[in-house]
Design a protein around this ligand. Structure first.
Ligand SMILES: [Zn+2]
Length: 347
């Protein structure tokens, strides 16, 4: 019911902000729902957080049952996550050991014997967060992904010992926007309509897509959070700036709910939403941040990416966290060496 109201509220936003958003406005479902919303909610859109007061008396016991099931699921997920993390750490250590051993061996003469044949094909497109095709091997899977193994400006990193300076405020110019959702096999990714910008260091970057990782890839003084959202922006010259917002357990987030409501049923299918979402809803009130130069955290691990990690986390509800973890219990690259990089942070 709450979701329905949130959807209707969103539709009112679409209906009023449809001038620069033709795909959503011309969608027949959007038009009919918006019309319905307009007839039942003539006043200004109420905040999505207002709860309806017509819950039946049995709802409390039902809710308690749901909470119990949710807690059980969370515990199971946490246990599985711990095992996967341990496995991942063991694999990273083993790969580092193997690399050291390989480095110690004499190098084959160029053009010499075929002894230098790599163990894995150098052109595969398949990668994962686990096993043979996991993070420790990304650089060896495909020649175009070499930076994943040899780069010195890789992300994510553990943010510590930042230089505290008066960092300029990032100017966020976000607005309610049409969107579509794809489960690309590595994460849930949301492509947004045009017209959402950030300005930082005298450069404007447009929001292209955002996606999620679990647990957070970023760490602050060694500490991560349950999830993170990466908002990926591009400027007119193709330079990338990624805003990371850490997510903790707490209140439901309405932007995330809008995404979850439009999840595709199959991997690589795209759902075009008939409502709008407002990227402002994922931004924390305090806009202090860390910044450093890094890379994409997935193959091809390209460097030259400006990272902007917000210090204040946002919240998502346990149910929202549990939903994502059913799809992706672990889709985070381990932290990479800082390599003497300058990290600046808001004072
Ligand atoms: Zn990411």
């Amino acid at each position: 019911m709450r979701n329905l109201i949130a959807m209707i509220v969103c539709c009112v936003v679409v209906a009023t902000a449809s001038a620069n958003d033709p795909p959503a406005a011309t969608h027949p479902l959007a038009a009919s729902v918006a019309a319905k919303a307009a007839s039942t909610e003539p006043a200004k859109a109420a905040p999505a957080s207002i709860k309806p007061s017509l819950a039946p008396a049995s709802a409390a016991s039902q809710r308690a049952k749901e909470d119990e099931a949710e807690a059980e699921l969370s515990a199971k997920i946490a246990a599985r996550l711990a095992v996967m993390r341990a496995n991942q750490a063991a694999r990273v250590a083993a790969a580092a050991k193997a690399r050291k051993a390989a480095d110690a061996r004499p190098k084959p003469v160029p053009g010499g014997a075929a002894a230098a044949a790599p163990a894995l094909p150098r052109h595969s497109e398949h990668w994962s967060y686990d096993g043979e095709t996991g993070p420790a091997n990304w650089g060896k899977i495909n020649a175009d992904w070499a930076k994943c193994g040899t780069g010195t400006r890789q992300s994510p990193i553990d943010l510590r010992d930042g230089m505290r300076v008066d960092l300029e405020q990032i100017v966020f110019a976000y607005q309610p926007t049409g969107f579509n959702v794809v489960d690309n096999g590595h994460t849930v990714q949301v492509a947004v309509g045009m017209g959402n910008f950030i300005t930082v260091q005298n450069r404007s970057y447009e929001l292209v897509q955002f996606h999620f990782h679990r647990p957070s890839e970023e760490r602050i003084n060694g500490k991560g959070t349950e999830m993170v959202v990466h908002l990926v922006h591009k400027d007119s010259e193709g330079r990338l700036a990624v805003v990371a917002v850490l997510l903790e357990r707490g209140a439901q987030n309405s932007m995330i709910q809008a995404v979850w409501n439009n999840l595709p049923l199959e991997k690589n299918d795209t759902v075009t939403a008939s409502v709008a979402l407002d990227p402002n809803q994922i931004l924390p009130a305090k806009r202090d941040y860390f910044t450093f130069m890094g890379s994409l955290t997935t193959p091809p691990c390209s460097e030259g990416v400006l990272w902007l990690v917000m210090k204040q986390p946002m919240q998502a509800s346990p149910a929202q966290m549990a939903l994502f973890s059913r799809l992706y219990p672990l889709n985070a690259r381990p932290t990479q060496p800082g390599g003497g990089r300058v990290i600046k942070e808001s004072n």
